[in-house]
Design a protein around this ligand. Structure first.
Ligand code: PEP
Ligand code: MG
Length: 600
């Protein structure tokens, strides 16, 4: 196949080279695409049998839905049964098998994927719903072909058959968390957004990744063998030619030299040119990351996303399991502060044992997620709060509640924490008298009410990923609205400024723990607004420290005054890029200029 390049959203930096493994929609590897000519008739029989079984399964599901929910809901499943039974589908798949010696899996996947992709290119929501139906039946047929009952895609971790690169329609955060970085060198997906949780986990595992590559990815990947994934630039190159391969090998060397140059920065103080200290913290998803965070030069954990303890397991972690994880982090950071965020489950992060909650939460970012879900399911929440308070007996723990929208929610959560503290003390545990408790500001309502929150909480941490999603009404996992998801939008600047002012009036700390905190373009803006705490993925710490050390807070304050005059995200972003470039050139750090693709 000739070389093809696809551009997507770069979400986890690094270069990866290797053989491609295409994953089916349930996250399982597909067998080889082509079979020998004498096996084609057996493959056709396999496909026919799988179609029959998938058809019966869909009919049974229709009947069940009709009894439980009524005929109007059952009709959707009836339509699925008819689509599977469509003689044209079987004919098209057989034809591809005859012409190209395709295996049954690839034949059905390529036919259905092609149809779904064509529908997805039409903008009307009716067509995207039909495309989703096609992908749904594709999963059913592949399940039958692979001889196993439908698995919950949330739970199934993609397992490559060989060391290499994964290309998939999508990977859920739990599928990504289950990837083994020694075997999966990089991945690319058709869908997904810059600050999706899948992206965050890829960063934590240090697997180069590009998402949002578009619906052509799998169709093209089926015919390719090797690829290069450039997680800095957001590129996937299928079947690169020799010249391109050599270019990327040289590029890989240069990037690793650059990383080595930054390595020495870790032990230097994080202080601006004019002497302002900027505390750099790390965001982690797994306890094992704590130690390397300190090696990178961070001063503690600004955000531990505890939900990853709950994902990828078929039962909730006990109090002792959680306590052990928290203690491992405290040990890893050797006495530095650890901010434990309580459960942020829901939307794209839901374990199977919370399926009742899942049916309420659905896949909707505006639904029952995060602190809302914790307050609705207090038994999970209490267990976690007990573990956190017990961990506070072993080191400087801070508690942080996510997605708080109203003061009532904050007060209920705080009250529960106090109740749990009383319980633990009555049981004989020694809990420190003062454990700082803060809230994440990631809902515009909370940002607007920041002055009232500031009177009651110990600290704020601004989750810009969600704050942008909710302020701009643009799903953070949906690449089609990624053009709106920019921290450079003037409305975001105003929201952050409001929170900083409310915090300053009460003398409480404001941290930024969303992706803006680790993005070099936004650091001058954040410092200019008066923020002195930034939290980011461990891999970003040295680059940001390098930048902080060449900034001057009077210049960043001046920058903010200019930015306030601007009307659009584009204008703000252009000004931020210029400022960063000028600063780095002036201070002789031009080599540190980050890729423009990462901005936004
Ligand atoms: C955020 O929303 O910015 C944040 C840090 O939380 P998460 O990315 O886990 O939703
Ligand atoms: Mg968030």
């Amino acid at each position: 196949m000739p070389m093809r390049s696809l551009r997507g959203v770069p979400v986890s930096p690094g270069l990866a080279f290797g053989r491609i493994q295409v994953m089916d929609p349930t996250g399982r590897p597909l067998p080889s695409r082509v079979v020998s000519a004498d096996r084609v008739s057996t493959e056709k029989e396999r496909l026919d049998l799988a179609l029959d079984r998938a058809h019966s399964e869909a009919l049974a599901a229709e009947q069940d839905a009709s009894q439980r929910l009524g005929p109007q809901y059952a009709e959707i499943l009836g339509a699925h049964a008819r689509m599977i039974d469509d003689p044209e589908l079987k004919r098209e798949a057989h034809e591809r098998m005859d012409q190209e010696n395709l295996s049954a899996e690839h034949a059905i996947l390529e036919v259905l994927d092609g149809r779904a992709s064509r529908l997805e290119q039409m903008s009307h929501s009716y067509f995207s719903a039909r495309a989703a139906d096609l992908r749904d039946i594709m999963g059913r047929i592949l399940d039958q072909l692979q001889g196993s009952p439908p698995t919950d895609s949330e739970e199934a971790g993609p397992v490559p058959m060989q060391t290499g690169l994964i290309l998939a329609h999508d990977l859920s955060p739990s599928q990504t968390a289950a990837l083994d970085p020694s075997r999966v060198l990089g991945f690319g997906t058709e869908v997904g957004g810059r600050t999706s949780h899948t992206a965050i986990v890829a960063n934590a595992l240090r697997i180069p990744a590009v998402v949002g590559l578009g619906s052509n990815l799998l169709v093209l990947a089926h015919g390719a063998n090797m690829a290069i994934i450039d997680g800095d630039e957001g590129l996937v190159i299928l079947d690169p030619d020799t010249e391109t391969w050599k270019h990327y090998e040289r590029e890989s060397q240069q990037r690793s030299d650059r990383r080595n140059e930054l390595r020495g920065i870790g032990s230097l103080p994080s202080i601006t040119r004019d002497g302002s200290e900027v505390v750099l913290w790390g965001n982690i998803e797994f306890p094992e990351e704590a130690e390397c965070l300190i090696a990178e030069g961070a001063e503690g954990v600004g955000l531990y996303r505890t939900e990853f303890l709950y994902l990828g397991s078929d039962r909730p972690p006990s109090e002792d399991v959680q306590l052990a994880a928290f203690r491992a982090i405290l040990h890893g950071v050797r006495g530095r502060p650890v901010t434990i965020r309580t459960l942020d489950l829901g939307t794209d992060k839901l374990p199977t044992y919370m399926k009742t909650a899942a049916s309420r939460a659905g896949d909707r970012p505006l639904g029952l997620r995060s602190i809302r879900l914790s307050l609705r399911e207090p038994e999970f929440f209490r267990t976690q709060l007990r573990a956190i308070l017990r961990a506070a007996g072993f080191g400087p723990v801070r508690v942080m509640f996510p997605l708080v929208t109203t003061l009532e929610e904050w007060r209920r959560a705080r009250c529960l924490l106090e109740e749990v503290r009383g319980e633990l003390i009555a049981e004989g545990y020694e809990i420190p008298a003062r454990v700082p408790v803060g809230v994440m500001i990631e809902v515009p309502a909370a940002a607007i009410m920041a002055d009232r929150f500031a009177a009651e909480v110990d600290f704020f941490s601004i989750g810009t990923n969600d704050l942008i999603q909710y302020a701009m009404a643009a799903d953070r996992a949906d690449e089609s609205v990624a053009y709106l998801s920019s921290g450079a939008d003037p409305s975001i600047l105003r929201l952050i400024e409001r929170v900083v002012e409310a915090a300053r009036a009460r003398g409480i700390e404001v941290n930024i723990c969303g992706s803006m905190g680790g993005d070099p373009h936004f650091v001058p803006l954040l410092l200019g607004l008066g923020i002195r705490h930034l939290s980011m993925s461990p891999a970003q710490v040295s680059e940001i420290k390098n930048l902080v050390r060449v900034l001057d807070t009077s210049e960043t304050a001046g920058l903010v005054e200019h930015l306030k005059e601007l009307d659009t995200a584009n204008d703000v972003m252009n000004r931020l890029k210029r400022f960063l470039e000028d600063t780095l050139t002036r201070t002789g750090r031009a080599g540190a200029t980050p890729s423009e693709d990462r901005a936004g």
